[in-house]
Design a protein around this ligand. Structure first.
Ligand code: CP3
Length: 356
């Protein structure tokens, strides 16, 4: 036998399981990755976070961001890496001051009213965020060839809520007041964010992201007419514009708490997959959504903290309902910092052992 590994021609290489599932194939066992899979539940993340000094510094150092992105891949062999970054990079790129304080979360210089929009600018966005795109290039070089790279952004409503509130909020009172009292200015802010988000996602695709997820974490805070106008319509616009430039890139929408409006999201032209929050009823999702798009989700992150038989039963139920169709295993929201690493390993093993 002549030595050396055979090089497989590109045409014969097996496509990445995540990209096959997002493209509409049933993949068995289903691919798995977890929202916030790089984070404080990992000791190696906490060490890098300390080394970087601040969360922003970690996000804006390409080598450190790439390293943190790869940490959960090395440990758990997930089917996808999600770029380590944050949805608040876009306000930073637009010129708003963004910081993260331990124990409090994000802190922004809140936009007081429509007048504050004149201090934001699209022009420097992709330059200010260049370290993010560089991190994507670095990750792509290191990833095993079966692992896909996901880029992401926050959806306009969720990002606007932080920009207006200045940080996390219980009731979105200021953002909702803007929306009703000065609808024209609110519309300008959302339009600016549609533009900025499209630019940011396209730059990530150009740098090597193969799939893109749009996080609308607070979609559930709005009543239906507002949810259609400020969540669904901007998402559809962003999908259309990104797909026009990057027809091959797979797009996942995560309108958390959207309820039956998930059906309208499934009908958005160009959307490949929907990420289901933990409240979505699985039989309904299979019957109403899975024929149109791939589904991702939806284990309650609290059950990953609990582990044991409660977790195993919930995982089995999700696989029973959704794994016969196009499906990607995930949580219904981000992994919690108190999650035991052993429970994540047990989850991956259970999903990988699934046969039918
Ligand atoms: O999924 C991943 O692993 C990729 C990285 C990622 C982070 N944030 C890292 C992060 C992603 C995709 C996000 C998205 C994000 N950021 C969302 C949408 C998803 C969701 O969870 O709803 C939102 C709302 C934010 C804004 C944000 N960033 C908040 C509210 C906080 C503080 C909350 C907390 O857990 O402390 C952050 C900080 C943040 N983003 C951390 C991480 C790992 C923790 C920061 C730290 O290390 O101290």
């Amino acid at each position: 036998m002549s030595g050396g590994p055979k090089t497989v021609p590109a045409s014969q290489r097996v496509a990445k399981p995540l990209l096959r599932a997002l493209g509409g194939e049933r993949v068995a066992p289903p691919p798995i990755w977890l929202m916030r899979q790089a984070g404080r539940y990992l000791a190696e993340y906490r060490a890098m976070r300390t080394q970087a000094g601040s969360f922003m510094a970690l996000c804006l150092d390409p080598a450190l961001a790439a390293e943190v992105t790869l940490q959960p891949i090395r440990r758990f062999e997930f089917d996808a890496a999600i770029l380590f970054s944050d949805i608040l990079m876009v306000p930073h790129g637009l010129g708003q001051r963004v910081g993260f304080e331990d124990g409090i979360g994000p802190q922004l210089d809140a936009l007081a009213d429509g007048g504050a929009l004149s201090r934001l600018s699209l022009a420097p966005l992709t330059t200010r965020l260049a370290p993010v795109y560089r991190a994507i290039e670095l990750v792509r070089r290191e990833l095993p060839e079966t692992v896909a790279l996901i880029g992401f952004a926050g959806a306009p409503w969720t990002v606007a809520s932080y920009m207006i509130e200045g940080g996390p909020s219980e009731d979105y009172a200021k953002a909702k007041a803007w929306m009703t009292r000065d609808a024209a200015a609110f519309e300008r802010l959302i339009a600016l964010l549609v533009e900025a988000t499209t630019m940011h996602l396209c730059a990530q695709a150009a740098a090597g992201a193969e799939a893109l997820q749009l996080f609308d974490s607070w979609a559930g805070a709005l009543a239906e007419p507002e949810r259609r106008r400020w969540c669904l319509a901007p998402a559809a616009e962003i999908v259309a514009r990104v797909k026009r430039r990057f027809p091959e890139v797979r797009i996942i929408l995560f309108p958390r708490g959207a309820g039956s409006l998930y059906r309208d999201y499934a009908a958005v032209p160009g959307v490949d997959a929907l990420s289901l929050d933990s409240t979505v009823e699985l039989d309904w999702a299979r019957d109403e959504l899975q024929g149109k798009v791939a589904l991702q989700g939806n284990l309650d992150p609290k059950l990953l903290v609990a582990g044991g038989s409660a977790m195993r039963a919930a995982v089995a139920r999700i696989l029973d309902r959704l794994a016969d169709g196009r499906f990607v295993f995930n949580l219904g929201h981000g992994i919690l910092p108190e999650t035991p690493v052993a429970h994540v390993a047990a989850l991956v093993a259970q999903v990988r052992a699934h046969r039918r």
